[in-house]
Write a protein that binds this ligand. Structure first.
Ligand SMILES: [Zn+2]
Length: 481
């Protein structure tokens, strides 16, 4: 995501200091969640999700969604009850391996009690029938209602307002999604379209498969009066954009930039990690529905359409930021929300590099990455004080500049320390080793030390967790304001 507007909820969160580097894993009230450092209540212990098979049926008359979510889970310890995250879903029935199960909703958990406890080591399929209302008022929600349907923006902690799930980025799974709509509307989801099935009653079902595992926060699911525009990316990569039909012509100049941007990113980061890419400029610019500009939902980036109507120098850097998330965030997903800088720092680092290479000055008039980083460096101590160290965010300050530009500054410092060529090898090795999996801050630090042949624990530890901004290698004249 690239946002300066999103208002995160104020939640008491753990500040970790150097704990992560020393290997301590914080667990806060694991009975209610997985103990994530930022959102301890998210996710559920005792099982891993292997696959989600989701079916959504959008009703044009009520504008609600009738849905079935089937979760295939591997049971890691004996469970008398299995919990899924869920909020705002009217649950009608739950089955475990085809047999009716009791269920209850407690806070943001759907508590499922099967006939018999689930044994460790087995696989269970939990199927939930429910109704969701994209326009429901909830304390937090992923739904983005539009005049003709909806899209979803589940990052960081609201996928469970769309489907019951183990809503933590550390538990990635395979997805199939079926979307049924009245004819005249189009249902889309991330991944590859595998079937379009007219039902013969004025409705059509479209089926999508995500072949690589996906974090729940990266699901995209949208219904609207859309036109699908197909084009070709580097080495034949299928690119499909999903655009509001009425704005398709106006948006074409921005959409046509994607293949060239993908080629630039591949030169630096290696082959694009998914089966397809594209943009979804959803059919609303309403700031109440949409408090940010773009979100890297896997293979189909959500966008506020008005933004993409601007000229290339005003949007190119942002489009690159979102493309780079396909590698950093979507393929390699942070193990916890404390590791968000791995997403946003990398996305900003390459987005800005792309900008200055093209000679597009930023809003403050900087024309090189070094000039911009010097300016960010000046803010270092203030950001550490107000928003926490780069790799120790709080929920209230999760999406602050510190995770974006502050994260980019850490990468810049590493590059200045080890040199461009070694930095590039670290980046490639990280993306290869953790492809389609999870990585945390320790993994990145360890790999940087391994590839560079230097012990970078102390150096990166100070940059990532320190309360004071360390000296910038090669720039002894840089000062903190
Ligand atoms: Zn981002």
């Amino acid at each position: 995501m690239l946002t300066r507007l999103r208002k995160a909820r104020a939640v008491l969160a753990l500040v970790l200091g150097g704990l992560l580097l020393s290997g301590a894993v914080p667990v806060a009230n694991a009975a209610d969640g997985l103990g994530d450092p930022v959102f301890p209540e998210l996710g559920n212990p005792g099982y891993r999700a292997l696959a989600y098979d989701l079916a959504f049926d959008y009703r044009g008359d009520t504008r609600t969604v009738e849905a079935t979510a089937a979760v295939t889970a591997r049971i890691d310890r004996a469970l008398a009850e299995l919990r899924l995250d869920a909020l705002g879903l009217a649950v009608h029935a739950v089955r475990v391996d085809g047999r009716p199960a009791r269920f209850a909703i407690r806070d943001e958990k759907l508590v499922v009690t099967p006939e018999r406890p689930l044994r460790r080591g087995r696989t269970a399929r939990v199927s939930v029938e429910y109704t969701a209302d994209p326009r429901a008022r909830l304390p937090h929600t992923a739904w983005v209602p539009t005049p003709d349907g909806f899209a979803v923006a589940p990052q960081p902690d609201t996928a469970h307002t769309v489907f019951p799930c183990n809503d933590h980025p550390g538990d990635k799974a395979r997805f199939t999604v079926a979307v049924t709509t009245p004819d005249g509307l189009t249902g889309v989801a991330g991944g590859e379209l595998t079937a379009t099935e007219p039902l013969g009653d004025g409705r059509t079902t479209r089926r999508y498969v995500s072949r690589a595992p996906m974090a729940t926060e990266l699901l995209q699911l949208s219904v609207g009066d859309y036109t699908v525009r197909e084009r070709t990316g580097p080495h034949g990569l299928p690119v499909r954009d999903v655009v509001p039909t009425a704005r398709a012509a106006d948006l074409e100049p921005a959409l046509s930039l994607t293949p060239g941007q993908l080629a630039w990113a591949e030169d630096r980061l290696g082959p694009f990690p998914f089966e397809t890419y594209g943009l979804l400029p959803v059919n609303t610019d309403d700031p109440a529905a949409f408090g940010f500009t773009g979100l890297e939902t896997q293979t189909l980036t959500l966008y506020k359409p008005g933004f993409l109507l601007k000229p290339e120098p005003a949007i190119g850097s942002h489009m690159m930021h979102e493309i780079v998330h396909s590698w950093f965030g979507d393929s390699v997903t942070p193990a916890t929300w404390a590791d968000l800088w791995l997403n946003e720092g990398h996305a900003d680092y390459y987005g800005l590099t792309y900008r200055y290479e093209r000679g597009w000055p930023d809003d403050a008039g900087h024309t090189t990455l070094t000039d911009r980083m010097r300016e960010v460096y000046r803010q270092g101590d203030r950001w550490r004080r107000e928003a926490g160290p780069v790799a120790a965010p709080t929920a209230e300050h999760l999406f602050d500049d510190q995770r974006y530009l502050g994260g980019a500054l850490v990468l810049f410092a590493l590059r200045e320390k080890v040199g461009e060529e070694t930095f590039s090898r670290i980046e490639r090795a990280f993306l290869t080793r953790y492809r389609h999996g999870n990585a945390d801050t320790r993994d990145y630090v360890r790999l940087a030390s391994e590839i560079s042949g230097q012990d970078l624990d102390g150096f990166l530890g100070a940059w990532l967790y320190g309360r004071r901004t360390p000296p910038m290698p090669g720039h002894p004249d840089w000062t903190v304001g």
